[in-house]
Design a protein around this ligand. Structure first.
Ligand code: SAM
Ligand code: SF4
Ligand code: SF4
Length: 380
Protein backbone atom coordinates (compact mmCIF):
# COMPACT_ATOMS: atom_id res chain seq x y z
CA UNK A 1 0.00 0.00 0.00
CA UNK A 2 1.41 3.42 -0.90
CA UNK A 3 2.46 5.60 1.97
CA UNK A 4 0.25 8.65 2.48
CA UNK A 5 2.14 11.87 2.96
CA UNK A 6 -0.81 14.15 3.23
CA UNK A 7 0.45 17.70 3.13
CA UNK A 8 1.84 17.16 6.59
CA UNK A 9 4.38 19.92 6.13
CA UNK A 10 1.80 22.21 4.61
CA UNK A 11 -0.95 22.20 7.19
CA UNK A 12 0.54 24.68 9.60
CA UNK A 13 0.09 28.03 7.96
CA UNK A 14 2.30 29.79 10.46
CA UNK A 15 5.28 27.63 9.60
CA UNK A 16 5.97 29.15 6.21
CA UNK A 17 5.84 32.53 4.50
CA UNK A 18 2.29 33.57 3.65
CA UNK A 19 1.45 33.02 -0.01
CA UNK A 20 4.43 30.74 -0.74
CA UNK A 21 7.51 31.58 -2.75
CA UNK A 22 5.78 33.06 -5.79
CA UNK A 23 3.77 35.47 -3.66
CA UNK A 24 7.01 36.95 -2.40
CA UNK A 25 8.36 37.84 -5.82
CA UNK A 26 8.38 41.59 -6.10
CA UNK A 27 8.94 41.54 -9.87
CA UNK A 28 5.65 39.96 -10.90
CA UNK A 29 3.28 42.42 -12.53
CA UNK A 30 -0.50 42.54 -12.59
CA UNK A 31 -2.17 43.21 -15.97
CA UNK A 32 -3.68 46.54 -16.88
CA UNK A 33 -7.35 46.91 -15.90
CA UNK A 34 -9.54 45.02 -18.34
CA UNK A 35 -6.67 42.81 -19.50
CA UNK A 36 -6.69 39.12 -18.54
CA UNK A 37 -4.12 37.87 -16.09
CA UNK A 38 -1.90 35.36 -17.90
CA UNK A 39 0.59 32.78 -16.72
CA UNK A 40 4.00 32.07 -18.25
CA UNK A 41 2.30 30.14 -21.09
CA UNK A 42 -0.18 32.99 -21.75
CA UNK A 43 -3.05 31.01 -20.22
CA UNK A 44 -5.66 33.33 -18.70
CA UNK A 45 -7.09 32.75 -15.22
CA UNK A 46 -10.75 31.98 -15.94
CA UNK A 47 -11.95 29.13 -13.74
CA UNK A 48 -11.81 28.60 -10.02
CA UNK A 49 -12.55 25.25 -8.40
CA UNK A 50 -13.29 25.50 -4.71
CA UNK A 51 -13.08 22.35 -2.63
CA UNK A 52 -15.30 22.88 0.41
CA UNK A 53 -14.55 19.66 2.29
CA UNK A 54 -12.14 16.73 2.19
CA UNK A 55 -14.83 14.36 3.48
CA UNK A 56 -17.03 12.07 1.42
CA UNK A 57 -19.77 9.49 1.93
CA UNK A 58 -18.38 7.33 -0.94
CA UNK A 59 -15.07 5.50 -1.04
CA UNK A 60 -14.49 5.36 -4.79
CA UNK A 61 -11.59 2.98 -5.24
CA UNK A 62 -9.84 5.35 -7.68
CA UNK A 63 -10.15 8.35 -5.35
CA UNK A 64 -10.52 7.41 -1.67
CA UNK A 65 -9.57 3.74 -1.29
CA UNK A 66 -11.08 2.51 1.96
CA UNK A 67 -7.88 0.95 3.24
CA UNK A 68 -6.32 4.42 3.30
CA UNK A 69 -9.37 6.60 4.03
CA UNK A 70 -10.56 4.47 6.93
CA UNK A 71 -11.75 5.33 10.44
CA UNK A 72 -8.20 6.19 11.48
CA UNK A 73 -7.72 8.70 8.69
CA UNK A 74 -7.42 12.28 9.91
CA UNK A 75 -9.66 14.63 7.99
CA UNK A 76 -9.33 18.39 8.31
CA UNK A 77 -10.79 19.79 11.53
CA UNK A 78 -13.63 22.23 10.93
CA UNK A 79 -11.61 25.21 12.17
CA UNK A 80 -9.07 24.65 9.39
CA UNK A 81 -11.69 25.04 6.69
CA UNK A 82 -12.22 28.42 5.13
CA UNK A 83 -15.49 29.90 6.36
CA UNK A 84 -18.17 30.88 3.85
CA UNK A 85 -17.17 34.54 4.33
CA UNK A 86 -13.51 33.71 3.66
CA UNK A 87 -14.39 31.68 0.57
CA UNK A 88 -16.61 34.44 -0.79
CA UNK A 89 -14.00 37.12 -0.17
CA UNK A 90 -11.35 35.04 -1.94
CA UNK A 91 -13.70 34.26 -4.82
CA UNK A 92 -14.42 37.98 -5.22
CA UNK A 93 -10.70 38.61 -5.60
CA UNK A 94 -10.48 35.86 -8.21
CA UNK A 95 -13.39 37.44 -10.07
CA UNK A 96 -11.50 40.71 -10.05
CA UNK A 97 -8.57 38.87 -11.69
CA UNK A 98 -10.68 37.43 -14.51
CA UNK A 99 -12.41 34.34 -13.13
CA UNK A 100 -15.83 33.89 -14.76
CA UNK A 101 -16.69 30.41 -13.59
CA UNK A 102 -16.68 28.81 -10.14
CA UNK A 103 -17.16 25.12 -9.47
CA UNK A 104 -17.74 23.85 -5.94
CA UNK A 105 -16.30 20.43 -5.31
CA UNK A 106 -14.70 18.29 -2.63
CA UNK A 107 -14.77 15.58 -1.20
CA UNK A 108 -18.51 15.60 -1.45
CA UNK A 109 -19.58 19.26 -1.47
CA UNK A 110 -23.16 18.49 -0.43
CA UNK A 111 -21.80 17.21 2.88
CA UNK A 112 -20.70 20.75 3.81
CA UNK A 113 -23.50 22.01 6.03
CA UNK A 114 -25.59 24.88 4.65
CA UNK A 115 -23.78 24.77 1.31
CA UNK A 116 -26.75 26.63 -0.20
CA UNK A 117 -25.83 29.62 1.99
CA UNK A 118 -22.38 29.70 0.40
CA UNK A 119 -23.95 29.40 -3.05
CA UNK A 120 -26.23 32.35 -2.32
CA UNK A 121 -23.21 34.41 -1.22
CA UNK A 122 -21.23 33.48 -4.34
CA UNK A 123 -24.22 34.24 -6.55
CA UNK A 124 -23.96 37.88 -5.49
CA UNK A 125 -20.47 38.22 -7.02
CA UNK A 126 -19.94 39.97 -10.32
CA UNK A 127 -17.13 40.10 -12.90
CA UNK A 128 -15.49 43.51 -13.47
CA UNK A 129 -17.91 43.86 -16.43
CA UNK A 130 -20.84 43.38 -14.03
CA UNK A 131 -21.81 39.85 -15.09
CA UNK A 132 -22.79 37.15 -12.56
CA UNK A 133 -20.41 34.22 -12.39
CA UNK A 134 -21.22 30.82 -13.82
CA UNK A 135 -21.74 28.87 -10.60
CA UNK A 136 -21.63 25.08 -10.76
CA UNK A 137 -21.05 22.10 -8.51
CA UNK A 138 -19.75 18.54 -8.90
CA UNK A 139 -21.39 15.90 -6.72
CA UNK A 140 -21.65 12.15 -6.39
CA UNK A 141 -25.42 12.66 -6.53
CA UNK A 142 -26.27 10.78 -3.34
CA UNK A 143 -27.83 13.80 -1.60
CA UNK A 144 -28.93 15.64 -4.72
CA UNK A 145 -32.56 14.50 -4.79
CA UNK A 146 -33.01 16.17 -1.40
CA UNK A 147 -31.06 19.32 -2.16
CA UNK A 148 -31.55 20.17 -5.84
CA UNK A 149 -34.39 22.64 -5.37
CA UNK A 150 -32.60 24.54 -2.59
CA UNK A 151 -29.37 24.66 -4.62
CA UNK A 152 -31.18 26.12 -7.61
CA UNK A 153 -33.04 28.63 -5.45
CA UNK A 154 -29.73 29.75 -3.92
CA UNK A 155 -28.36 30.59 -7.37
CA UNK A 156 -26.54 27.50 -8.62
CA UNK A 157 -26.42 27.52 -12.41
CA UNK A 158 -25.76 23.88 -13.26
CA UNK A 159 -24.60 20.64 -11.75
CA UNK A 160 -22.27 17.77 -12.72
CA UNK A 161 -23.03 14.36 -11.28
CA UNK A 162 -20.46 11.58 -11.11
CA UNK A 163 -21.76 8.12 -11.97
CA UNK A 164 -19.57 5.23 -13.05
CA UNK A 165 -22.07 2.45 -13.76
CA UNK A 166 -25.75 1.54 -14.02
CA UNK A 167 -25.24 -2.03 -12.95
CA UNK A 168 -25.51 -2.11 -9.12
CA UNK A 169 -22.60 -4.52 -8.67
CA UNK A 170 -20.25 -2.61 -10.94
CA UNK A 171 -21.37 0.65 -9.31
CA UNK A 172 -20.57 -0.78 -5.87
CA UNK A 173 -17.17 -2.00 -7.05
CA UNK A 174 -16.28 1.46 -8.38
CA UNK A 175 -17.80 3.65 -5.67
CA UNK A 176 -17.63 1.39 -2.59
CA UNK A 177 -20.76 2.86 -1.04
CA UNK A 178 -24.14 1.74 0.22
CA UNK A 179 -25.85 4.16 -2.14
CA UNK A 180 -27.18 2.69 -5.38
CA UNK A 181 -27.30 3.77 -9.02
CA UNK A 182 -31.02 4.49 -8.51
CA UNK A 183 -30.19 6.99 -5.75
CA UNK A 184 -27.90 8.83 -8.16
CA UNK A 185 -30.42 8.67 -11.01
CA UNK A 186 -33.03 10.19 -8.70
CA UNK A 187 -30.57 12.99 -7.96
CA UNK A 188 -30.00 13.60 -11.67
CA UNK A 189 -33.77 13.72 -12.32
CA UNK A 190 -34.28 16.11 -9.41
CA UNK A 191 -31.52 18.39 -10.67
CA UNK A 192 -33.02 18.52 -14.16
CA UNK A 193 -36.50 19.13 -12.73
CA UNK A 194 -35.14 21.96 -10.57
CA UNK A 195 -33.71 23.67 -13.66
CA UNK A 196 -30.04 22.80 -13.11
CA UNK A 197 -29.81 21.69 -16.72
CA UNK A 198 -28.15 20.47 -18.80
CA UNK A 199 -26.94 18.01 -16.20
CA UNK A 200 -23.47 16.67 -16.98
CA UNK A 201 -22.84 13.09 -15.93
CA UNK A 202 -19.18 12.16 -15.43
CA UNK A 203 -18.12 8.55 -15.78
CA UNK A 204 -14.55 7.59 -14.88
CA UNK A 205 -13.59 4.60 -17.01
CA UNK A 206 -11.28 1.91 -15.67
CA UNK A 207 -10.44 -0.81 -18.14
CA UNK A 208 -11.48 -4.18 -16.77
CA UNK A 209 -13.61 -2.68 -13.99
CA UNK A 210 -16.44 -0.69 -15.55
CA UNK A 211 -15.70 -0.39 -19.27
CA UNK A 212 -18.55 -2.83 -20.02
CA UNK A 213 -20.87 -0.05 -18.79
CA UNK A 214 -19.84 2.44 -21.50
CA UNK A 215 -22.52 1.50 -24.02
CA UNK A 216 -25.31 0.96 -21.43
CA UNK A 217 -24.53 4.39 -19.95
CA UNK A 218 -24.59 5.96 -23.43
CA UNK A 219 -27.92 4.27 -24.16
CA UNK A 220 -29.40 5.36 -20.82
CA UNK A 221 -28.56 9.04 -21.24
CA UNK A 222 -29.17 9.42 -25.00
CA UNK A 223 -32.16 11.59 -25.65
CA UNK A 224 -32.45 12.82 -22.04
CA UNK A 225 -30.78 16.19 -22.54
CA UNK A 226 -28.08 15.19 -20.02
CA UNK A 227 -24.49 15.24 -21.28
CA UNK A 228 -22.55 12.08 -20.49
CA UNK A 229 -18.79 12.56 -20.31
CA UNK A 230 -16.21 9.81 -20.17
CA UNK A 231 -13.11 10.57 -18.13
CA UNK A 232 -9.82 8.75 -18.51
CA UNK A 233 -8.65 7.32 -15.21
CA UNK A 234 -5.91 9.65 -13.93
CA UNK A 235 -2.84 9.23 -11.78
CA UNK A 236 -3.96 11.88 -9.32
CA UNK A 237 -2.82 11.66 -5.71
CA UNK A 238 -0.69 8.84 -4.41
CA UNK A 239 -3.14 6.39 -2.84
CA UNK A 240 -5.12 4.82 -5.67
CA UNK A 241 -2.41 2.55 -7.05
CA UNK A 242 -2.96 3.94 -10.55
CA UNK A 243 -1.73 1.85 -13.43
CA UNK A 244 -1.64 2.83 -17.11
CA UNK A 245 -3.08 -0.56 -18.09
CA UNK A 246 -6.39 0.53 -16.52
CA UNK A 247 -6.63 3.63 -18.71
CA UNK A 248 -9.00 3.13 -21.63
CA UNK A 249 -8.18 5.81 -24.21
CA UNK A 250 -11.09 8.06 -25.14
CA UNK A 251 -10.64 7.02 -28.77
CA UNK A 252 -11.63 3.47 -27.76
CA UNK A 253 -14.63 4.77 -25.81
CA UNK A 254 -15.83 6.68 -28.89
CA UNK A 255 -15.26 3.65 -31.12
CA UNK A 256 -17.35 1.43 -28.86
CA UNK A 257 -20.24 3.88 -28.72
CA UNK A 258 -19.96 4.71 -32.41
CA UNK A 259 -20.52 1.05 -33.31
CA UNK A 260 -24.00 1.30 -31.85
CA UNK A 261 -24.77 4.99 -32.25
CA UNK A 262 -22.79 6.88 -34.92
CA UNK A 263 -21.26 10.14 -33.77
CA UNK A 264 -19.75 13.28 -35.24
CA UNK A 265 -17.36 15.78 -33.64
CA UNK A 266 -18.53 19.20 -32.53
CA UNK A 267 -16.36 22.29 -32.50
CA UNK A 268 -14.39 22.80 -29.32
CA UNK A 269 -13.14 25.95 -27.69
CA UNK A 270 -9.43 25.18 -27.25
CA UNK A 271 -8.97 27.47 -24.24
CA UNK A 272 -10.51 26.40 -20.97
CA UNK A 273 -12.54 23.46 -22.33
CA UNK A 274 -11.29 20.09 -21.27
CA UNK A 275 -13.96 17.91 -22.84
CA UNK A 276 -13.96 17.04 -26.52
CA UNK A 277 -17.59 17.23 -27.63
CA UNK A 278 -19.36 14.72 -29.85
CA UNK A 279 -22.99 14.48 -31.02
CA UNK A 280 -25.14 11.52 -32.02
CA UNK A 281 -25.86 11.58 -35.75
CA UNK A 282 -29.54 10.83 -35.06
CA UNK A 283 -29.97 13.97 -32.96
CA UNK A 284 -30.17 12.16 -29.61
CA UNK A 285 -27.85 14.66 -27.97
CA UNK A 286 -24.24 15.14 -27.04
CA UNK A 287 -21.48 13.31 -25.19
CA UNK A 288 -17.98 14.35 -24.15
CA UNK A 289 -14.64 12.69 -23.64
CA UNK A 290 -11.97 13.98 -21.30
CA UNK A 291 -8.64 12.58 -22.41
CA UNK A 292 -6.57 13.78 -19.50
CA UNK A 293 -4.02 11.01 -19.96
CA UNK A 294 -3.82 10.27 -23.69
CA UNK A 295 -4.23 13.83 -24.98
CA UNK A 296 -2.95 16.38 -22.52
CA UNK A 297 -4.74 19.72 -22.62
CA UNK A 298 -2.40 21.74 -20.42
CA UNK A 299 -2.05 24.42 -23.12
CA UNK A 300 -5.68 25.40 -22.53
CA UNK A 301 -5.77 24.94 -18.76
CA UNK A 302 -7.23 28.09 -17.23
CA UNK A 303 -8.07 26.60 -13.81
CA UNK A 304 -6.99 27.53 -10.35
CA UNK A 305 -7.95 25.34 -7.42
CA UNK A 306 -8.61 26.38 -3.84
CA UNK A 307 -8.36 23.69 -1.16
CA UNK A 308 -10.77 23.47 1.81
CA UNK A 309 -8.17 25.11 4.03
CA UNK A 310 -7.31 27.87 1.59
CA UNK A 311 -4.31 26.58 -0.31
CA UNK A 312 -4.10 27.64 -3.92
CA UNK A 313 -3.08 24.92 -6.38
CA UNK A 314 -2.22 25.68 -9.96
CA UNK A 315 -2.42 22.09 -11.17
CA UNK A 316 -4.29 18.93 -10.22
CA UNK A 317 -0.91 17.29 -9.82
CA UNK A 318 0.50 19.88 -7.42
CA UNK A 319 2.00 18.88 -4.12
CA UNK A 320 1.91 21.77 -1.73
CA UNK A 321 -0.05 24.79 -2.88
CA UNK A 322 0.23 28.41 -1.84
CA UNK A 323 -1.16 29.30 1.55
CA UNK A 324 -3.81 31.95 0.97
CA UNK A 325 -5.45 31.31 4.33
CA UNK A 326 -2.51 32.89 6.13
CA UNK A 327 -3.11 36.02 4.06
CA UNK A 328 -6.88 35.92 4.46
CA UNK A 329 -6.66 35.48 8.22
CA UNK A 330 -3.72 37.87 8.49
CA UNK A 331 -3.66 41.55 7.81
CA UNK A 332 -3.85 41.40 3.99
CA UNK A 333 -6.56 43.59 2.54
CA UNK A 334 -8.25 42.73 -0.76
CA UNK A 335 -5.64 44.63 -2.78
CA UNK A 336 -2.81 42.70 -1.14
CA UNK A 337 -4.66 39.44 -1.73
CA UNK A 338 -5.24 40.40 -5.38
CA UNK A 339 -1.56 41.15 -5.84
CA UNK A 340 -0.49 37.90 -4.18
CA UNK A 341 -2.79 35.75 -6.34
CA UNK A 342 -1.79 37.75 -9.41
CA UNK A 343 1.87 37.07 -8.78
CA UNK A 344 1.28 33.38 -8.16
CA UNK A 345 -0.70 32.98 -11.40
CA UNK A 346 1.80 35.06 -13.41
CA UNK A 347 4.58 32.70 -12.37
CA UNK A 348 2.58 29.56 -13.24
CA UNK A 349 4.11 27.14 -15.71
CA UNK A 350 2.40 23.89 -14.69
CA UNK A 351 1.96 21.32 -17.46
CA UNK A 352 2.07 17.98 -15.69
CA UNK A 353 0.02 15.98 -18.21
CA UNK A 354 2.15 17.14 -21.10
CA UNK A 355 5.24 15.90 -19.27
CA UNK A 356 3.47 12.62 -18.59
CA UNK A 357 2.62 12.27 -22.27
CA UNK A 358 6.30 12.78 -23.07
CA UNK A 359 7.22 10.13 -20.55
CA UNK A 360 8.84 12.71 -18.30
CA UNK A 361 6.09 13.23 -15.75
CA UNK A 362 7.24 15.06 -12.69
CA UNK A 363 5.44 16.90 -9.90
CA UNK A 364 4.28 20.40 -10.72
CA UNK A 365 7.00 23.06 -10.37
CA UNK A 366 5.65 24.28 -7.06
CA UNK A 367 6.40 20.84 -5.60
CA UNK A 368 9.18 20.12 -3.17
CA UNK A 369 9.26 16.35 -3.40
CA UNK A 370 6.14 15.92 -1.23
CA UNK A 371 3.33 13.56 -2.21
CA UNK A 372 0.81 14.82 -4.75
CA UNK A 373 -2.37 16.26 -3.41
CA UNK A 374 -5.31 13.85 -3.21
CA UNK A 375 -8.31 14.30 -5.51
CA UNK A 376 -10.68 14.11 -2.52
CA UNK A 377 -8.87 17.10 -1.00
CA UNK A 378 -8.61 19.34 -4.03
CA UNK A 379 -11.63 18.18 -6.09
CA UNK A 380 -11.65 17.09 -9.73
N1 SAM B 1 -17.47 13.91 -4.75
C1 SAM B 1 -17.79 14.63 -5.91
C2 SAM B 1 -17.94 13.73 -7.09
O1 SAM B 1 -17.53 12.57 -7.04
O2 SAM B 1 -18.49 14.20 -8.09
C3 SAM B 1 -16.84 15.76 -6.23
C4 SAM B 1 -15.37 15.50 -6.04
S1 SAM B 1 -14.66 14.25 -7.08
C5 SAM B 1 -13.00 14.26 -6.54
C6 SAM B 1 -14.65 15.11 -8.63
C7 SAM B 1 -14.49 14.23 -9.85
O3 SAM B 1 -13.21 13.66 -9.85
C8 SAM B 1 -15.48 13.09 -9.97
O4 SAM B 1 -16.16 13.19 -11.20
C9 SAM B 1 -14.61 11.87 -9.92
O5 SAM B 1 -15.13 10.83 -10.68
C10 SAM B 1 -13.32 12.39 -10.48
N2 SAM B 1 -12.14 11.61 -10.11
C11 SAM B 1 -11.72 11.27 -8.89
N3 SAM B 1 -10.59 10.54 -8.94
C12 SAM B 1 -10.29 10.41 -10.27
C13 SAM B 1 -9.23 9.79 -10.98
N4 SAM B 1 -8.26 9.13 -10.36
N5 SAM B 1 -9.24 9.87 -12.33
C14 SAM B 1 -10.22 10.55 -12.97
N6 SAM B 1 -11.23 11.17 -12.35
C15 SAM B 1 -11.27 11.10 -11.02
FE1 SF4 C 1 -16.03 10.88 -3.02
FE2 SF4 C 1 -16.13 12.03 -5.38
FE3 SF4 C 1 -13.86 10.89 -4.53
FE4 SF4 C 1 -15.91 9.34 -5.15
S1 SF4 C 1 -14.80 10.68 -6.56
S2 SF4 C 1 -14.66 9.18 -3.30
S3 SF4 C 1 -17.62 10.56 -4.56
S4 SF4 C 1 -14.81 12.65 -3.64
FE1 SF4 D 1 -4.03 21.76 -15.97
FE2 SF4 D 1 -2.19 20.46 -14.56
FE3 SF4 D 1 -4.15 19.10 -15.74
FE4 SF4 D 1 -2.20 20.22 -17.22
S1 SF4 D 1 -1.97 18.57 -15.74
S2 SF4 D 1 -4.42 20.30 -17.64
S3 SF4 D 1 -1.81 22.09 -16.03
S4 SF4 D 1 -4.40 20.61 -14.11
Amino acid sequence: MPKVIFLTDARDASARPAGGAAAERPDAVLPAPGQPLRDTRARPLRDLRISVTDRCNFRCTYCMPRDVFDKNYTFLPHGHLLSFEEITRTAAVFARLGVEKIRLTGGEPLLRRHIETLIAMLAELRTPAGKPLDLTLTTNGSLLARKATALKAAGLTRVTVSMDALDPDVFARMSDTGFTPDDVLRGIDAAAAAGLAPVKVNMVVRRGLNDQEIVPMARRFRGTGHILRFIEYMDVGSTNGWNMTEVLPSADVLARIGTHYPLHALDADPMGRVAERWAYNDGAGEIGVISSVTQAFCGGCTRARLSPEGRLFLCLFGTQGHDLRALIRGSADDDALTRAIGRIWSARGDSYSEHRALGAAKPAPQGDGAARVEMSYIGG
